[in-house]
Design a protein around this ligand. Structure first.
Ligand SMILES: [Zn+2]
Length: 226
């Protein structure tokens, strides 16, 4: 399973591109990433777990984004927009898991052809977008987050899933302390060593997220919300 399309996605327009086309919308350029699937599966799969903050099933109501879904990730305060959908499968307030199908790619709203427009904003703790006067109405380039989610983080998840069943083991190590500081609750596995692109990492699964760190880079512990 890949995200946001099951067989992978082709980028057709990057963030900030074509400023001349976006001036009319008060934008300095394209305010997200446009993707099309690499095969015939047009279902859109959530790139990150979260809670549906908005869901438009009426292309008129959804305005330029047509049928669209906005998903808030409380743990890292990210707000993802999935726009121009043919239809969506979720409702406001739904808890959505990473990799869950949330809709079907379409061409509703202001678009010249079928594609997924993926937008990303950072928010406050309540899910209100930050920096809305940044020239992109608060949207930021999703590419670094998408690269992490589909690359290293997917490798972490694959390795963590291979280590199931997840069980609590250790409550004194650095990863555990990091997890407690970030509200990730109880551990579900021991520390799991693995390699990615020739580098050594350690992952550990907790109730609310999977913590990981590159061996030696102890000041740079990260986690994936579950
Ligand atoms: Zn777009």
């Amino acid at each position: 399973m890949q995200i946001p399309f099951s067989a992978g996605a082709t980028l057709t327009q990057g963030f900030g591109e074509n400023p001349q086309n976006y001036q009319q919308f008060g934008l300095n350029g394209h305010e997200g990433l446009d993707f099309i699937p690499k095969d015939a599966d047009k279902k859109v799969y959530a790139v990150e777990s979260g809670i549906v903050q908005e869901d438009f099933d009426d292309p008129v109501q959804g305005k330029s984004y047509g049928n669209n879904v906005v998903i808030f990730v409380p743990t890292n305060r990210r707000l993802w927009t999935y726009a121009h959908l043919a239809e969506n499968f979720v409702k406001k307030g739904d808890r959505v898991l990473r990799g869950q199908p949330i809709g079907i790619m379409g061409s509703t709203g202001n678009t010249s052809g079928a594609h997924l427009h993926l937008g990303l904003r950072q928010t406050d703790a309540s899910g209100n977008p930050l920096n809305i006067n940044n020239g992109f109405k608060g949207f930021v380039d999703p590419a670094p987050a998408v690269k992490l989610l589909t690359g290293l983080e997917q490798a972490v998840l694959d390795r963590a899933n291979a280590a199931k069943p997840w069980m609590p083991v250790n409550n004194t190590a650095a990863l555990w302390k990091f997890a407690q500081a970030n509200g990730l609750q109880d551990q579900q596995t021991d520390e799991i060593p693995f390699t990615h692109n020739g580098a050594q990492y350690i992952a550990q699964v907790f109730n609310k997220g999977i913590v990981y760190v590159k061996v030696g880079d102890w000041g740079n512990i990260r986690y994936i919300p579950k």
